[in-house]
Design a protein around this ligand. Structure first.
Ligand code: BTN
Length: 131
């Protein structure tokens, strides 16, 4: 590899790392978020615009409590726009949240579907880890 090619290779690596961490700063990998219903969103690895993790429902008045369900279709954009879906399989319920990460807060609106019936609401998540 020529000197120029190796410089270009390093520069491309730095560019890739920078673009990956840009999203990671909005929604940190391995951060924990709690909503006003005391449910917990554990964010796993944030890679580019995508993230995984687990959601544990603890909301009064809902079923399927205290079971960590995988986050599906987790997307976080550089401007903080976020969406994720949880399939509460044991309850035959699917919920999709959409919102905005702003610092340590994440106001969202959700749509829950159970047996063809929709329910809508809002959740305010606050980052509880890392501080
Ligand atoms: C069910 O009761 O059918 C499954 C659990 C649904 C929990 C919902 S999802 C939206 C809202 N926010 C929460 O933290 N929990 C409830």
């Amino acid at each position: 590899m020529t000197r120029l090619a190796s410089h270009a290779f390093v520069a491309f690596g730095i560019f890739l790392l920078t673009s990956l961490t840009a999203s990671a700063q909005v929604l940190p990998s391995f951060s924990t978020w709690e909503n006003q219903r005391t449910s917990i969103l554990n964010v796993g690895l944030v890679t580019g615009n995508q993230f995984g993790g687990f959601f544990t429902n603890r909301a009064p008045g809902f079923q399927c409590q205290n079971i960590p369900y995988p986050v599906q279709n987790g997307i976080i954009l550089p401007n903080g726009a976020i969406t994720f879906t949880v399939d509460f399989t044991a309850c035959a319920t699917v919920t999709t949240w959409k919102g905005q990460v702003t610092g340590s807060q994440m106001p969202t609106k959700w749509v829950l579907v159970h047996n063809g019936v929709q329910q809508r609401g809002s959740d305010l998540f606050r980052k509880i880890s890392p501080f």
